[in-house]
Design a protein around this ligand. Structure first.
Ligand SMILES: [Zn+2]
Length: 180
């Protein structure tokens, strides 16, 4: 069965992750989450009846969204949208590598700001050199992403979902906070 993304907000209305519609439905149905928005063009059918499918739910916990977690190969690729940080090429699974900006052999660590997605050619070309030594440049500055940003990239998103996402986006949350 196809799964649909559901935005999960914490108690302060901060989006912190995404669940599948089935997981979100179970949480709301059993009273462990409050549903704030439903999909208009999509519902959940059981033998006996039809239920509206949740699109935004709120759970009664407080999440420290920006707490750091160690990056994995997969989350580096997701953060960078499978795009080589040097030549800008969009990559397929078999051509994608992780590059240490400051090479491991020179003390570069496995951390978000020192890791980027790179194609095999750019990675080999750079080797154990520093960017300055190779005259290479990064197309974007690698940052620590939020769990929400990483999760968001995993899903195919409909237009309906994108419109609602804008309302509940991180920037709107920040604006909300400033007004408190
Ligand atoms: Zn490249």
């Amino acid at each position: 069965m196809k799964k649909w993304p559901v935005i999960v907000l914490d108690i302060t209305y901060r989006p912190f992750t995404l669940f599948s519609h089935t997981k979100a439905f179970i949480l709301t149905y059993t009273g462990r989450a409050e549903c704030l928005e439903y999909y208009k063009h999509f519902s959940i059918k059981t033998i006996n009846r039809k239920y509206s499918a949740p699109m935004v739910i709120r759970v009664a916990i407080l999440k420290k969204e920006w707490s750091r977690s160690l990056p994995t190969r997969k989350t580096i690729f997701l953060r960078d949208n499978f795009r080589c940080a040097y030549c800008g090429k969009y990559l397929k699974d078999n051509d994608v590598t992780v590059d240490h900006i400051i090479p491991k052999s020179r003390g570069g660590k496995w951390e978000w700001e020192n890791l980027v997605t790179a194609c095999k050619e750019c990675n080999q070309k750079k080797g154990n050199k520093l960017l300055e030594e190779m005259g290479m440049k990064l197309l974007f500055k690698p940052k620590v992403p939020s769990t929400f940003e990483v999760e968001l990239r995993k899903w195919k998103k409909s237009e309906e979902f994108m419109n609602v996402l804008k309302i509940y986006s991180i920037s709107s949350f920040k604006a909300l906070c400033q007004n408190l």
